[in-house]
Write a protein that binds this ligand. Sequence first.
Ligand code: UDP
Length: 598
Amino acid sequence: MSFASGVLLPGGVAAVVAWQLCRLLHTTGEVGVRGRELSGALACALALTAGLTATPLPGELVWQLRVIELAAIGVLLAGLWREQGRGRPYQAGLAIVLAALLVVWLTPLRVATVKIPLLADRFADLGLLAPLVTVVWIAGLAVLVRSTDPQPGLTAGLGTLAAATFLLVALTRGRDPLAAVSPLTLPLGAALGGACLGLLSTGLGPQAVTLGRGGAGMVGFLLGVLALVGTLKHTAFLLVALPVLALAVPVLNAVYMRRQYRRAGQQDPALLDRARTLGDMLARRGFEHQRSTALLLALQAYCCLVALALVGLITVPFVLKALLLALLLPLALAVFFLLSRIAAKVAVVGGGRVEILGVPIDAVTYDEALARIDGFIASGQPHHVFTADVSGIMKAGEEPELLEIVRTCDLVTADGAGVLWAARLFDLPVPERVSGVDLVRRLASLAASQGYRPYLLGAAPGVAATAADILQRENPGLQIAGLQDGYFQDEAAVVAAIQAAAPQVLYVALGIPKQEQFIRRWYRELGVPVCLGIGGSFDVISGKLERAPVWMQRAGLEWLFRVWQEPKRLPRLLALPRFVLAIARESWRKWRQAPPAE
Ligand code: UDP
Protein backbone atom coordinates (compact mmCIF):
# COMPACT_ATOMS: atom_id res chain seq x y z
CA MET A 1 0.00 0.00 0.00
CA SER A 2 1.53 3.31 -1.00
CA PHE A 3 1.74 6.32 1.30
CA ALA A 4 -0.68 8.25 -0.92
CA SER A 5 -3.40 5.59 -1.02
CA GLY A 6 -2.89 4.23 2.51
CA VAL A 7 -2.47 7.46 4.44
CA LEU A 8 -3.09 10.63 2.45
CA LEU A 9 -6.32 9.45 0.87
CA PRO A 10 -8.19 8.17 3.96
CA GLY A 11 -6.75 10.88 6.20
CA GLY A 12 -7.46 13.67 3.75
CA VAL A 13 -11.02 12.56 2.92
CA ALA A 14 -11.91 12.05 6.59
CA ALA A 15 -10.43 15.42 7.57
CA VAL A 16 -12.23 17.32 4.82
CA VAL A 17 -15.60 15.64 5.52
CA ALA A 18 -15.28 16.27 9.28
CA TRP A 19 -14.19 19.87 8.70
CA GLN A 20 -17.07 20.63 6.37
CA LEU A 21 -19.63 18.96 8.62
CA CYS A 22 -18.30 20.98 11.55
CA ARG A 23 -18.70 24.19 9.56
CA LEU A 24 -22.30 23.23 8.82
CA LEU A 25 -22.85 22.40 12.45
CA HIS A 26 -21.37 25.68 13.49
CA THR A 27 -23.84 27.67 11.45
CA THR A 28 -26.85 25.61 12.53
CA GLY A 29 -28.02 27.84 15.36
CA GLU A 30 -28.76 26.56 18.84
CA VAL A 31 -29.47 22.85 19.03
CA GLY A 32 -28.86 22.16 22.70
CA VAL A 33 -26.15 20.04 24.31
CA ARG A 34 -27.59 16.68 23.27
CA GLY A 35 -28.13 17.88 19.70
CA ARG A 36 -24.53 19.08 19.52
CA GLU A 37 -23.23 15.80 20.85
CA LEU A 38 -25.37 13.81 18.46
CA SER A 39 -24.28 15.83 15.45
CA GLY A 40 -20.63 15.82 16.54
CA ALA A 41 -20.65 12.04 16.93
CA LEU A 42 -22.40 11.53 13.59
CA ALA A 43 -19.98 13.90 11.85
CA CYS A 44 -17.10 11.86 13.25
CA ALA A 45 -18.65 8.55 12.14
CA LEU A 46 -19.44 9.84 8.67
CA ALA A 47 -15.97 11.31 8.18
CA LEU A 48 -14.39 8.04 9.29
CA THR A 49 -16.54 5.95 6.99
CA ALA A 50 -15.84 8.27 4.07
CA GLY A 51 -12.10 8.11 4.73
CA LEU A 52 -12.04 4.32 4.98
CA THR A 53 -14.31 3.84 1.97
CA ALA A 54 -11.93 5.94 -0.13
CA THR A 55 -9.02 3.57 0.61
CA PRO A 56 -8.28 0.85 -1.94
CA LEU A 57 -7.65 -2.30 0.09
CA PRO A 58 -7.07 -5.99 -0.72
CA GLY A 59 -10.16 -8.21 -0.26
CA GLU A 60 -9.51 -9.80 3.14
CA LEU A 61 -8.56 -6.46 4.68
CA VAL A 62 -11.79 -4.87 3.40
CA TRP A 63 -13.74 -7.50 5.29
CA GLN A 64 -11.78 -6.89 8.49
CA LEU A 65 -12.24 -3.17 8.15
CA ARG A 66 -15.99 -3.48 7.62
CA VAL A 67 -16.32 -5.60 10.75
CA ILE A 68 -14.36 -3.01 12.73
CA GLU A 69 -16.51 -0.19 11.33
CA LEU A 70 -19.71 -2.03 12.10
CA ALA A 71 -18.60 -2.78 15.68
CA ALA A 72 -17.59 0.88 16.16
CA ILE A 73 -21.01 2.05 14.92
CA GLY A 74 -22.55 -0.33 17.49
CA VAL A 75 -20.53 1.34 20.25
CA LEU A 76 -21.62 4.74 18.97
CA LEU A 77 -25.29 3.81 18.89
CA ALA A 78 -25.27 2.26 22.33
CA GLY A 79 -23.59 5.38 23.73
CA LEU A 80 -26.06 7.72 22.05
CA TRP A 81 -28.94 5.59 23.22
CA ARG A 82 -27.67 5.60 26.77
CA GLU A 83 -27.15 9.34 26.65
CA GLN A 84 -30.78 9.90 25.92
CA GLY A 85 -31.40 8.29 29.28
CA ARG A 86 -32.52 4.99 27.78
CA GLY A 87 -31.41 1.57 28.92
CA ARG A 88 -29.29 0.92 31.98
CA PRO A 89 -25.78 2.18 32.69
CA TYR A 90 -24.18 -1.24 32.26
CA GLN A 91 -25.79 -1.73 28.85
CA ALA A 92 -23.55 0.79 27.04
CA GLY A 93 -20.54 -0.98 28.61
CA LEU A 94 -21.95 -4.33 27.56
CA ALA A 95 -22.34 -3.04 24.00
CA ILE A 96 -18.63 -2.14 23.94
CA VAL A 97 -17.73 -5.65 25.10
CA LEU A 98 -20.01 -7.21 22.47
CA ALA A 99 -18.50 -5.02 19.76
CA ALA A 100 -15.01 -6.09 20.83
CA LEU A 101 -16.14 -9.72 20.79
CA LEU A 102 -17.43 -9.23 17.26
CA VAL A 103 -14.03 -7.98 16.14
CA VAL A 104 -12.23 -10.88 17.81
CA TRP A 105 -14.71 -13.41 16.44
CA LEU A 106 -14.78 -12.26 12.82
CA THR A 107 -11.21 -11.05 12.29
CA PRO A 108 -7.81 -12.52 13.05
CA LEU A 109 -6.89 -9.45 15.11
CA ARG A 110 -5.76 -10.36 18.60
CA VAL A 111 -2.90 -10.28 21.03
CA ALA A 112 -1.74 -13.84 20.36
CA THR A 113 1.77 -13.81 21.77
CA VAL A 114 3.51 -11.57 24.22
CA LYS A 115 7.24 -11.21 24.42
CA ILE A 116 8.69 -12.12 27.77
CA PRO A 117 10.61 -9.19 29.26
CA LEU A 118 14.37 -9.47 29.54
CA LEU A 119 14.54 -12.77 27.64
CA ALA A 120 15.77 -12.45 24.08
CA ASP A 121 13.39 -13.89 21.50
CA ARG A 122 11.18 -15.63 24.05
CA PHE A 123 7.45 -15.29 23.50
CA ALA A 124 4.57 -16.50 25.60
CA ASP A 125 1.68 -17.91 23.62
CA LEU A 126 -1.56 -16.69 25.12
CA GLY A 127 -3.48 -19.59 23.56
CA LEU A 128 -7.10 -19.64 24.64
CA LEU A 129 -6.57 -16.46 26.63
CA ALA A 130 -5.80 -14.46 23.48
CA PRO A 131 -9.42 -13.57 22.59
CA LEU A 132 -10.17 -12.64 26.18
CA VAL A 133 -7.10 -10.41 26.51
CA THR A 134 -7.99 -8.75 23.20
CA VAL A 135 -11.58 -8.06 24.21
CA VAL A 136 -10.49 -6.63 27.57
CA TRP A 137 -7.88 -4.52 25.80
CA ILE A 138 -10.22 -2.97 23.20
CA ALA A 139 -13.14 -2.51 25.58
CA GLY A 140 -10.86 -1.07 28.25
CA LEU A 141 -9.45 1.59 25.94
CA ALA A 142 -12.95 2.46 24.68
CA VAL A 143 -14.17 3.01 28.25
CA LEU A 144 -11.05 5.05 29.08
CA VAL A 145 -11.50 7.46 26.19
CA ARG A 146 -15.26 7.63 26.71
CA SER A 147 -14.77 9.17 30.14
CA THR A 148 -12.84 12.14 28.71
CA ASP A 149 -15.86 13.19 26.73
CA PRO A 150 -17.75 15.90 28.61
CA GLN A 151 -15.05 18.38 27.64
CA PRO A 152 -15.67 19.66 24.10
CA GLY A 153 -12.63 19.38 21.85
CA LEU A 154 -10.72 17.11 24.21
CA THR A 155 -11.71 13.75 22.75
CA ALA A 156 -11.05 14.96 19.20
CA GLY A 157 -7.66 16.32 20.28
CA LEU A 158 -6.72 13.12 22.09
CA GLY A 159 -7.89 11.05 19.11
CA THR A 160 -5.75 13.11 16.74
CA LEU A 161 -2.63 12.80 18.87
CA ALA A 162 -2.99 9.07 19.62
CA ALA A 163 -3.87 8.15 16.02
CA ALA A 164 -0.95 10.24 14.73
CA THR A 165 1.40 8.47 17.15
CA PHE A 166 0.29 4.98 16.06
CA LEU A 167 0.47 6.10 12.45
CA LEU A 168 3.99 7.44 12.82
CA VAL A 169 5.08 4.20 14.48
CA ALA A 170 3.59 2.19 11.64
CA LEU A 171 5.16 4.42 9.02
CA THR A 172 8.63 4.42 10.54
CA ARG A 173 8.78 0.83 11.79
CA GLY A 174 6.37 -0.90 9.45
CA ARG A 175 9.07 -2.76 7.56
CA ASP A 176 11.21 -3.44 10.58
CA PRO A 177 11.53 -7.13 11.39
CA LEU A 178 11.13 -6.29 15.07
CA ALA A 179 7.82 -4.60 14.51
CA ALA A 180 4.65 -6.50 13.79
CA VAL A 181 2.56 -3.73 12.32
CA SER A 182 -0.57 -4.74 10.43
CA PRO A 183 -1.34 -3.17 7.02
CA LEU A 184 -4.65 -2.06 8.53
CA THR A 185 -2.83 0.39 10.75
CA LEU A 186 -2.20 2.90 7.99
CA PRO A 187 -5.75 3.48 6.67
CA LEU A 188 -7.36 3.10 10.10
CA GLY A 189 -4.91 5.45 11.80
CA ALA A 190 -5.08 7.98 8.96
CA ALA A 191 -8.89 8.00 8.79
CA LEU A 192 -9.29 8.24 12.56
CA GLY A 193 -6.61 10.91 12.90
CA GLY A 194 -8.03 12.82 9.93
CA ALA A 195 -11.60 12.73 11.24
CA CYS A 196 -10.51 13.89 14.70
CA LEU A 197 -8.34 16.64 13.21
CA GLY A 198 -11.25 17.82 11.07
CA LEU A 199 -13.43 17.97 14.17
CA LEU A 200 -10.88 20.26 15.78
CA SER A 201 -11.51 22.89 13.11
CA THR A 202 -14.00 24.56 15.45
CA GLY A 203 -11.16 25.17 17.91
CA LEU A 204 -10.71 24.20 21.53
CA GLY A 205 -13.02 26.79 23.07
CA PRO A 206 -16.57 26.24 24.31
CA GLN A 207 -17.77 26.11 20.70
CA ALA A 208 -15.56 23.06 20.03
CA VAL A 209 -17.26 19.93 18.82
CA THR A 210 -18.32 17.52 21.49
CA LEU A 211 -18.81 13.87 20.71
CA GLY A 212 -20.90 12.73 23.63
CA ARG A 213 -20.16 9.44 25.33
CA GLY A 214 -21.25 7.58 22.19
CA GLY A 215 -18.83 9.34 19.85
CA ALA A 216 -16.04 9.30 22.42
CA GLY A 217 -16.66 5.58 22.99
CA MET A 218 -16.39 5.00 19.25
CA VAL A 219 -13.10 6.93 19.02
CA GLY A 220 -11.77 5.00 22.02
CA PHE A 221 -12.88 1.69 20.52
CA LEU A 222 -11.07 2.42 17.27
CA LEU A 223 -7.98 3.57 19.15
CA GLY A 224 -8.11 0.24 21.01
CA VAL A 225 -8.16 -1.64 17.71
CA LEU A 226 -5.46 0.63 16.32
CA ALA A 227 -3.26 0.03 19.34
CA LEU A 228 -3.69 -3.66 18.69
CA VAL A 229 -2.82 -3.59 15.00
CA GLY A 230 -0.15 -0.93 15.31
CA THR A 231 1.61 -1.99 18.44
CA LEU A 232 5.07 -3.41 18.44
CA LYS A 233 4.23 -6.83 19.71
CA HIS A 234 7.78 -8.03 19.40
CA THR A 235 8.92 -5.92 22.28
CA ALA A 236 7.18 -6.63 25.54
CA PHE A 237 7.92 -3.19 26.87
CA LEU A 238 6.45 -1.23 23.99
CA LEU A 239 3.41 -3.50 23.71
CA VAL A 240 2.09 -1.83 26.84
CA ALA A 241 4.08 1.39 27.06
CA LEU A 242 3.20 2.66 23.59
CA PRO A 243 -0.61 2.57 23.95
CA VAL A 244 -0.50 3.71 27.55
CA LEU A 245 1.62 6.71 26.60
CA ALA A 246 -0.37 7.47 23.46
CA LEU A 247 -3.47 7.49 25.68
CA ALA A 248 -1.84 8.93 28.78
CA VAL A 249 -4.47 11.59 29.46
CA PRO A 250 -7.43 9.18 29.30
CA VAL A 251 -5.49 6.84 31.60
CA LEU A 252 -4.71 9.66 34.01
CA ASN A 253 -8.27 10.86 33.83
CA ALA A 254 -9.54 7.40 34.71
CA VAL A 255 -7.13 7.16 37.65
CA TYR A 256 -8.24 10.59 38.86
CA MET A 257 -11.93 9.74 38.50
CA ARG A 258 -11.44 6.47 40.32
CA ARG A 259 -9.68 8.24 43.17
CA GLN A 260 -12.42 10.85 43.45
CA TYR A 261 -15.08 8.20 43.18
CA ARG A 262 -13.60 6.12 45.98
CA ARG A 263 -13.21 9.10 48.28
CA ALA A 264 -16.68 10.39 47.57
CA GLY A 265 -18.08 6.91 48.11
CA GLN A 266 -16.43 6.66 51.47
CA GLN A 267 -17.62 10.00 52.69
CA ASP A 268 -20.66 11.21 50.88
CA PRO A 269 -22.58 8.86 48.62
CA ALA A 270 -24.43 11.83 47.12
CA LEU A 271 -21.19 12.91 45.44
CA LEU A 272 -21.08 9.69 43.47
CA ASP A 273 -23.36 11.09 40.81
CA ARG A 274 -21.12 13.99 39.98
CA ALA A 275 -18.64 13.77 37.16
CA ARG A 276 -15.17 14.42 38.46
CA THR A 277 -12.87 14.35 35.49
CA LEU A 278 -9.53 16.10 35.15
CA GLY A 279 -11.40 18.74 33.14
CA ASP A 280 -13.74 19.31 36.10
CA MET A 281 -10.75 19.64 38.39
CA LEU A 282 -9.23 22.30 36.13
CA ALA A 283 -12.58 24.09 35.79
CA ARG A 284 -12.84 24.24 39.57
CA ARG A 285 -9.47 25.92 39.65
CA GLY A 286 -10.74 28.63 37.34
CA PHE A 287 -9.23 27.35 34.09
CA GLU A 288 -11.27 28.52 31.16
CA HIS A 289 -12.40 25.80 28.85
CA GLN A 290 -9.84 26.49 26.16
CA ARG A 291 -6.87 26.66 28.51
CA SER A 292 -7.89 23.48 30.25
CA THR A 293 -8.23 21.53 26.99
CA ALA A 294 -4.95 23.00 25.74
CA LEU A 295 -3.16 22.00 28.96
CA LEU A 296 -4.47 18.43 28.80
CA LEU A 297 -3.58 18.15 25.12
CA ALA A 298 -0.10 19.54 25.78
CA LEU A 299 0.43 16.82 28.38
CA GLN A 300 -0.84 14.23 25.90
CA ALA A 301 1.42 15.57 23.13
CA TYR A 302 4.43 15.33 25.44
CA CYS A 303 3.58 11.72 26.33
CA CYS A 304 3.17 10.89 22.62
CA LEU A 305 6.65 12.30 21.97
CA VAL A 306 8.03 10.17 24.80
CA ALA A 307 6.32 7.15 23.21
CA LEU A 308 7.88 7.93 19.85
CA ALA A 309 11.30 8.39 21.45
CA LEU A 310 10.98 4.97 23.09
CA VAL A 311 9.95 3.41 19.80
CA GLY A 312 13.02 5.00 18.23
CA LEU A 313 15.07 3.21 20.89
CA ILE A 314 13.37 -0.12 20.15
CA THR A 315 16.62 -2.10 20.19
CA VAL A 316 17.83 -0.56 23.45
CA PRO A 317 17.57 -3.00 26.41
CA PHE A 318 14.30 -3.17 28.34
CA VAL A 319 15.80 -1.83 31.57
CA LEU A 320 17.15 1.31 29.91
CA LYS A 321 13.81 2.08 28.29
CA ALA A 322 12.05 1.56 31.61
CA LEU A 323 14.53 3.92 33.29
CA LEU A 324 13.99 6.57 30.64
CA LEU A 325 10.25 6.28 31.08
CA ALA A 326 10.57 6.47 34.86
CA LEU A 327 12.45 9.72 34.38
CA LEU A 328 10.39 11.43 31.69
CA LEU A 329 6.86 10.56 32.77
CA PRO A 330 6.91 11.79 36.39
CA LEU A 331 8.47 15.01 35.11
CA ALA A 332 5.47 15.68 32.87
CA LEU A 333 3.02 14.73 35.59
CA ALA A 334 4.74 17.00 38.10
CA VAL A 335 4.69 19.93 35.66
CA PHE A 336 1.03 19.31 34.92
CA PHE A 337 0.20 19.07 38.60
CA LEU A 338 2.08 22.30 39.36
CA LEU A 339 0.57 24.19 36.43
CA SER A 340 -2.93 23.04 37.31
CA ARG A 341 -2.47 24.60 40.71
CA ILE A 342 -0.17 27.56 40.23
CA ALA A 343 -1.89 28.88 37.11
CA ALA A 344 -5.27 28.48 38.80
CA LYS A 345 -7.39 31.56 39.28
CA VAL A 346 -8.17 32.31 42.89
CA ALA A 347 -11.09 34.43 44.01
CA VAL A 348 -9.95 38.03 44.33
CA VAL A 349 -11.69 38.37 47.65
CA GLY A 350 -9.70 36.77 50.40
CA GLY A 351 -11.01 35.23 53.54
CA GLY A 352 -9.98 33.45 56.65
CA ARG A 353 -6.65 32.25 57.84
CA VAL A 354 -4.76 29.46 56.12
CA GLU A 355 -1.56 27.66 57.01
CA ILE A 356 1.61 27.04 55.01
CA LEU A 357 4.14 24.68 56.60
CA GLY A 358 2.64 25.41 60.00
CA VAL A 359 2.81 29.19 59.57
CA PRO A 360 -0.55 30.93 59.56
CA ILE A 361 -1.24 33.29 56.65
CA ASP A 362 -4.21 35.63 56.43
CA ALA A 363 -5.80 35.31 53.01
CA VAL A 364 -6.18 39.03 52.38
CA THR A 365 -5.73 41.56 49.60
CA TYR A 366 -3.82 44.80 50.14
CA ASP A 367 -7.08 46.63 50.68
CA GLU A 368 -8.31 44.07 53.19
CA ALA A 369 -4.96 44.14 55.02
CA LEU A 370 -5.14 47.94 55.23
CA ALA A 371 -8.74 47.78 56.44
CA ARG A 372 -7.68 45.33 59.17
CA ILE A 373 -4.78 47.59 60.17
CA ASP A 374 -7.12 50.58 60.23
CA GLY A 375 -9.37 48.58 62.57
CA PHE A 376 -6.38 47.79 64.83
CA ILE A 377 -5.57 51.49 65.08
CA ALA A 378 -9.19 52.34 65.82
CA SER A 379 -9.22 49.78 68.66
CA GLY A 380 -6.22 51.48 70.29
CA GLN A 381 -4.91 48.10 71.51
CA PRO A 382 -1.40 46.88 70.52
CA HIS A 383 -1.24 44.54 67.52
CA HIS A 384 1.60 42.67 65.85
CA VAL A 385 1.73 42.31 62.05
CA PHE A 386 4.10 39.86 60.31
CA THR A 387 4.90 39.84 56.61
CA ALA A 388 5.75 36.21 55.89
CA ASP A 389 8.22 35.62 53.08
CA VAL A 390 9.90 32.34 52.18
CA SER A 391 12.87 32.88 54.50
CA GLY A 392 10.52 33.93 57.31
CA ILE A 393 8.44 30.78 56.93
CA MET A 394 11.55 28.59 56.86
CA LYS A 395 13.00 30.35 59.91
CA ALA A 396 9.74 29.90 61.79
CA GLY A 397 9.96 26.19 60.98
CA GLU A 398 13.43 26.04 62.54
CA GLU A 399 12.95 28.31 65.53
CA PRO A 400 10.06 27.35 67.82
CA GLU A 401 10.19 30.74 69.54
CA LEU A 402 9.66 32.60 66.26
CA LEU A 403 6.91 30.17 65.24
CA GLU A 404 5.10 30.82 68.49
CA ILE A 405 5.36 34.58 67.89
CA VAL A 406 4.07 34.27 64.32
CA ARG A 407 1.20 32.00 65.34
CA THR A 408 -0.01 34.62 67.75
CA CYS A 409 0.37 37.60 65.40
CA ASP A 410 -2.79 39.55 64.68
CA LEU A 411 -2.17 39.73 60.95
CA VAL A 412 0.22 37.67 58.80
CA THR A 413 0.48 38.56 55.13
CA ALA A 414 1.84 36.48 52.24
CA ASP A 415 4.99 38.37 51.28
CA GLY A 416 6.43 37.17 48.00
CA ALA A 417 5.70 35.09 44.96
CA GLY A 418 7.04 31.91 46.57
CA VAL A 419 4.47 32.05 49.35
CA LEU A 420 1.70 32.77 46.85
CA TRP A 421 2.73 29.80 44.69
CA ALA A 422 2.80 27.55 47.71
CA ALA A 423 -0.71 28.73 48.60
CA ARG A 424 -1.90 27.93 45.08
CA LEU A 425 -0.29 24.54 45.29
CA PHE A 426 -2.20 23.79 48.45
CA ASP A 427 -5.39 25.22 46.95
CA LEU A 428 -5.50 27.92 49.59
CA PRO A 429 -7.50 31.05 48.75
CA VAL A 430 -4.69 33.59 49.18
CA PRO A 431 -5.77 36.31 46.73
CA GLU A 432 -2.52 38.24 46.24
CA ARG A 433 0.88 38.91 47.71
CA VAL A 434 0.99 41.63 50.32
CA SER A 435 4.66 42.56 50.57
CA GLY A 436 6.32 44.49 53.37
CA VAL A 437 7.59 47.28 51.09
CA ASP A 438 4.21 47.89 49.48
CA LEU A 439 2.44 47.66 52.82
CA VAL A 440 4.74 50.35 54.23
CA ARG A 441 3.95 52.59 51.25
CA ARG A 442 0.19 52.02 51.27
CA LEU A 443 0.01 52.33 55.02
CA ALA A 444 1.88 55.64 54.74
CA SER A 445 -0.79 56.86 52.34
CA LEU A 446 -3.53 55.75 54.76
CA ALA A 447 -1.66 57.44 57.60
CA ALA A 448 -1.44 60.70 55.65
CA SER A 449 -5.17 60.71 55.00
CA GLN A 450 -6.15 59.66 58.53
CA GLY A 451 -3.57 61.68 60.45
CA TYR A 452 -1.77 58.61 61.84
CA ARG A 453 1.89 59.17 62.66
CA PRO A 454 4.29 56.29 61.90
CA TYR A 455 7.59 55.72 63.69
CA LEU A 456 10.47 54.32 61.64
CA LEU A 457 12.84 52.02 63.52
CA GLY A 458 15.67 50.08 61.90
CA ALA A 459 18.19 49.89 59.04
CA ALA A 460 21.63 51.52 58.85
CA PRO A 461 22.06 55.11 60.17
CA GLY A 462 20.47 57.62 57.82
CA VAL A 463 18.46 55.08 55.84
CA ALA A 464 15.21 55.42 57.83
CA ALA A 465 15.50 59.23 57.57
CA THR A 466 15.81 59.07 53.78
CA ALA A 467 12.90 56.63 53.63
CA ALA A 468 10.84 58.99 55.79
CA ASP A 469 11.63 61.91 53.45
CA ILE A 470 10.54 59.89 50.45
CA LEU A 471 7.35 58.70 52.14
CA GLN A 472 6.52 62.29 53.05
CA ARG A 473 7.18 63.43 49.51
CA GLU A 474 4.93 60.70 48.18
CA ASN A 475 2.21 61.44 50.74
CA PRO A 476 1.89 65.17 51.41
CA GLY A 477 0.72 65.86 54.94
CA LEU A 478 2.26 62.69 56.37
CA GLN A 479 3.68 63.30 59.83
CA ILE A 480 6.53 61.14 61.08
CA ALA A 481 6.41 60.40 64.82
CA GLY A 482 10.11 59.57 65.06
CA LEU A 483 13.16 57.84 63.62
CA GLN A 484 15.78 55.47 64.96
CA ASP A 485 18.41 53.43 63.12
CA GLY A 486 18.66 49.72 63.82
CA TYR A 487 22.15 49.61 65.31
CA PHE A 488 21.39 50.91 68.80
CA GLN A 489 22.92 49.72 72.08
CA ASP A 490 20.41 50.96 74.64
CA GLU A 491 17.15 49.17 73.90
CA ALA A 492 15.36 50.67 76.92
CA ALA A 493 16.16 54.19 75.68
CA VAL A 494 14.76 53.36 72.25
CA VAL A 495 11.58 51.98 73.83
CA ALA A 496 11.23 55.10 75.96
CA ALA A 497 11.67 57.32 72.89
CA ILE A 498 8.95 55.42 71.01
CA GLN A 499 6.63 55.61 74.02
CA ALA A 500 7.22 59.36 74.20
CA ALA A 501 6.51 59.80 70.49
CA ALA A 502 3.23 57.82 70.83
CA PRO A 503 2.93 56.76 67.17
CA GLN A 504 -0.06 54.82 65.81
CA VAL A 505 2.19 52.68 63.59
CA LEU A 506 5.66 51.32 64.32
CA TYR A 507 7.68 50.02 61.38
CA VAL A 508 10.46 47.75 62.65
CA ALA A 509 13.22 46.96 60.15
CA LEU A 510 15.74 44.82 62.02
CA GLY A 511 15.51 41.64 59.91
CA ILE A 512 13.86 38.37 60.83
CA PRO A 513 13.76 37.19 63.63
CA LYS A 514 15.27 40.19 65.45
CA GLN A 515 12.38 42.51 64.57
CA GLU A 516 9.71 39.99 65.59
CA GLN A 517 11.46 39.34 68.89
CA PHE A 518 11.80 43.08 69.53
CA ILE A 519 8.12 43.71 68.81
CA ARG A 520 6.98 40.78 70.95
CA ARG A 521 9.20 41.87 73.83
CA TRP A 522 7.87 45.42 73.88
CA TYR A 523 4.63 45.86 71.99
CA ARG A 524 2.36 45.73 75.02
CA GLU A 525 4.46 48.24 76.93
CA LEU A 526 4.85 50.45 73.88
CA GLY A 527 1.10 50.60 73.48
CA VAL A 528 1.47 51.27 69.72
CA PRO A 529 -1.69 49.96 67.97
CA VAL A 530 0.20 48.49 64.97
CA CYS A 531 3.76 47.13 65.07
CA LEU A 532 4.97 45.87 61.73
CA GLY A 533 8.12 43.83 61.00
CA ILE A 534 9.28 44.93 57.55
CA GLY A 535 12.82 43.57 56.97
CA GLY A 536 14.78 45.50 54.38
CA SER A 537 11.90 47.78 53.29
CA PHE A 538 13.64 51.02 54.33
CA ASP A 539 16.66 50.03 52.22
CA VAL A 540 14.38 49.67 49.21
CA ILE A 541 12.25 52.79 49.82
CA SER A 542 15.30 54.96 50.51
CA GLY A 543 16.86 53.81 47.26
CA LYS A 544 19.83 52.24 49.07
CA LEU A 545 18.72 49.05 47.41
CA GLU A 546 17.08 49.18 44.04
CA ARG A 547 13.72 47.42 43.70
CA ALA A 548 13.55 44.68 41.10
CA PRO A 549 12.01 45.71 37.76
CA VAL A 550 8.26 45.14 37.60
CA TRP A 551 8.59 42.20 35.19
CA MET A 552 10.87 40.44 37.68
CA GLN A 553 8.41 41.12 40.49
CA ARG A 554 5.60 39.72 38.36
CA ALA A 555 7.64 36.67 37.42
CA GLY A 556 8.35 36.08 41.10
CA LEU A 557 12.09 36.70 40.62
CA GLU A 558 12.58 39.54 43.08
CA TRP A 559 14.79 37.32 45.25
CA LEU A 560 17.18 36.84 42.33
CA PHE A 561 17.50 40.58 41.89
CA ARG A 562 18.23 41.07 45.59
CA VAL A 563 20.97 38.47 45.55
CA TRP A 564 22.42 40.19 42.48
CA GLN A 565 22.51 43.43 44.46
CA GLU A 566 23.70 41.95 47.72
CA PRO A 567 25.81 38.85 46.98
CA LYS A 568 26.25 38.29 50.72
CA ARG A 569 22.62 37.17 50.73
CA LEU A 570 23.58 34.17 48.61
CA PRO A 571 23.61 31.69 51.51
CA ARG A 572 20.04 32.75 52.26
CA LEU A 573 19.07 31.49 48.85
CA LEU A 574 19.40 28.02 50.30
CA ALA A 575 16.07 28.66 52.01
CA LEU A 576 14.44 28.55 48.59
CA PRO A 577 15.25 24.94 47.57
CA ARG A 578 14.52 23.84 51.13
CA PHE A 579 11.17 25.61 50.92
CA VAL A 580 10.40 23.97 47.56
CA LEU A 581 11.31 20.56 48.98
CA ALA A 582 9.23 21.09 52.11
CA ILE A 583 6.30 22.26 50.00
CA ALA A 584 6.63 19.26 47.64
CA ARG A 585 6.67 16.86 50.59
CA GLU A 586 3.73 18.56 52.25
CA SER A 587 1.67 18.77 49.07
CA TRP A 588 2.23 15.07 48.37
CA ARG A 589 1.06 14.27 51.92
CA LYS A 590 -1.98 16.51 51.51
CA TRP A 591 -2.81 15.12 48.06
CA ARG A 592 -2.91 11.63 49.49
CA GLN A 593 -5.16 12.66 52.34
CA ALA A 594 -7.30 15.22 50.53
CA PRO A 595 -11.06 14.91 50.89
CA PRO A 596 -13.02 14.55 47.65
CA ALA A 597 -13.28 17.66 45.52
CA GLU A 598 -16.49 19.59 45.80
N1 UDP B 1 19.19 45.65 60.55
C1 UDP B 1 19.20 46.52 61.60
N2 UDP B 1 19.80 46.15 62.75
C2 UDP B 1 20.36 44.93 62.90
C3 UDP B 1 20.31 44.03 61.82
C4 UDP B 1 19.70 44.42 60.65
O1 UDP B 1 18.68 47.61 61.49
O2 UDP B 1 20.88 44.64 63.98
C5 UDP B 1 18.51 46.07 59.31
C6 UDP B 1 19.38 46.02 58.07
O3 UDP B 1 20.14 47.20 57.94
C7 UDP B 1 18.34 45.90 57.01
C8 UDP B 1 17.23 45.12 57.70
O4 UDP B 1 17.45 45.20 59.06
O5 UDP B 1 17.86 47.14 56.64
C9 UDP B 1 17.23 43.65 57.37
O6 UDP B 1 16.98 43.50 56.07
P1 UDP B 1 16.85 42.06 55.47
O7 UDP B 1 16.51 42.27 54.06
O8 UDP B 1 18.07 41.28 55.81
O9 UDP B 1 15.59 41.54 56.25
P2 UDP B 1 14.91 40.12 56.23
O10 UDP B 1 15.12 39.55 54.87
O11 UDP B 1 15.58 39.35 57.31
O12 UDP B 1 13.52 40.45 56.53
